[in-house]
Design a protein around this ligand. Sequence first.
Ligand code: SF4
Length: 187
Amino acid sequence: MGELKQVTLDASESSGFATTKLDALLGWARKWSLFKYPFVTACCGMEFMAVTSPRFDGTARFGAEAPRFSPRQSDLLWVVGTISQRQAPVLKRIYEQMMEPKWVLAFGTCASCGGFYDNYTTVPGIDKIIPCDVYIPGCPPRPEAVIDGLMLLQDKIARGDKTPGIVKPREDPASLVKLRLSKDSGQ
Ligand code: SF4
């Protein structure tokens, strides 16, 4: 008969393992069940509708389709369009009313940095008022860029990463300009 060995579990090791697994499970569940609060103020709203339409299917397949029109039931604030100084306190209030954990997407150049509205009435980016997790540049951003932004956010949620991220263009804009110029000149 072989020797019997007593196996003991190190309590600290097992609880660390369980916590890591639980965090991973929570991250996975959260990233696929986002409840959006759309704060739509300007022309980017047209592209927001395009993203959510069946043609691009930019939210439903990511578990982020259902809108909530109470900030208390939302965990993802979509800031879509230009934010004026008069709207700033309202936006801040809405953000504060959301429960933790919560995330913010800046949809378009105006929400990200104020866009070309370099004047006293426009907030030069929502991060002057509230924290922002992902910036999606573009005037307005293409639906593909918005989908990239949503996937970037999902990745951050899964990893528990709170550092802000920015969506990079899928193609180098300089190469697109060169392509257009060469087409225009018939080369
Ligand atoms: S980024 Fe462009 S499209 Fe979007 S709100 Fe500003 S001006 Fe309008």
